[in-house]
Write a protein that binds this ligand. Structure first.
Ligand code: A3P
Length: 316
């Protein structure tokens, strides 16, 4: 029997300049496009299989990087496919059913070919349900909006990135399309108002599950310091059994320069594609905010990181 999703929805009065009308999902204060409401229960009940690999992250944390890594590790003998096949074809991005900011890139046609009478609604979820092979699934929804049994069914990878760099990356991504200054973006971020909502809710939902053997948490900063060490841990977690040479190949395939050159290695296209890769560095937000706001953000980080866990990575 389908489980009821234990949340309430509050429609926001203001219209988001990018995604239109939104809904506030409580508890957790996750803000999502209004269409999410009609998919919430289906996503909460989505059936996972033992060999699925899911990637759940707060946007701008390094999702695309880890997505390409997971794909490369699970497709080591066919890396050239990534040069022509967009990441959106290699992953099931289930949020696309309600975010609808990405081009469908033949998803509807693919679905109709497999299932001629299919509805043109919830296309990615339907495609994922029809897939017989191993599925790589990507979502920016926090754990409390995902199937509560997921970790008992399959492996999940989560990536975290320092909130200030995360916010700055979001700003650099959207500034060409949304007229929002950096201070305003920082406030929106700190008050939990960007799309996908509260950063701390998202990370704490993953963090509290960190001891589950089917969850692997990665930090963007660790990947920048020693990618091989992080690839080795992921290799073990995924059970991909790649050797040192193959892991080096994965590191090369997913290097910032290689991914930046390749338009098939993002979930975006068109204008958004052009602004996707900024610097890909740790500390990119340094010196960008006015000093007072910068200090406010530091205090906000400290206070919230403490609430997640006194040992949480971004406490200082
Ligand atoms: P910047 O905006 O700081 O450059 P997401 O995929 O979650 O949206 O995260 C996007 C951020 O990850 C962007 O950060 C992007 O440049 C960075 N990124 C993507 N691929 C990367 C790679 N191979 N190495 C380092 N950073 C990468």
């Amino acid at each position: 029997m389908e489980k009821e999703i234990p949340v309430t929805f509050e429609e926001k009065a203001e219209v988001n300049p990018r995604v239109g009308k939104t809904v506030l999902v409580k508890p957790g204060d996750t803000i999502l496009p209004i269409k999410y409401k009609s998919y919430a229960k289906a996503i909460y009940n989505f059936e996972y299989k033992g060999d699925d690999v899911c990637l759940f992250t707060y946007p701008k944390s390094g999702t695309t990087w880890v997505a390409e890594i997971i794909w490369a590790m699970t497709h080591i003998d066919e890396l050239q496919r990534a040069l022509t096949e967009n990441l959106s074809q290699r992953y099931f991005f289930i949020d696309n059913d309600f975010v609808q900011e990405l081009p469908m890139e033949g998803h509807i046609e693919k679905l109709k070919a497999k299932c001629p009478g299919a509805k043109e609604d919830g296309v990615i979820m339907q495609l994922a349900a029809l897939e017989k092979g191993r599925r790589l699934i990507w979502s920016h929804l926090p754990f409390d909006l995902q199937n509560p049994d997921i970790l008992d069914k399959c492996k999940v990878v989560s990536v975290m990135r320092h909130p200030k760099d995360n916010m700055f990356s979001r700003y650099m991504f959207f500034k060409k399309f949304v007229d929002i200054g950096l201070p305003n973006m920082a406030w929106t971020f700190m008050t939990g108002n960007p799309i996908y909502g509260n950063y701390w809710h998202h990370v704490s939902e993953a963090w509290k599950r960190r001891n589950h053997p089917n969850l692997h948490i990665m930090f963007y900063e660790d990947m920048k310091v020693d990618i091989m060490a992080e690839l080795k841990k992921l290799n073990e977690f995924l059970g991909t059994n790649l050797n040192e040479e193959q892991l080096k190949e994965v590191a090369k395939h997913t290097s910032f320069d290689n991914m930046r050159q390749n338009p098939t290695m993002t979930m975006t296209s068109g204008r958004l594609q052009g602004s996707f890769f900024h610097k890909g560095e740790v500390g990119s937000s340094k010196g960008q905010l006015p000093p007072e706001l910068d200090a406010q953000m530091d205090a906000w980080i400290k206070e919230n990181a403490l609430k997640v866990d006194p040992a949480f990575k971004y406490l200082s």
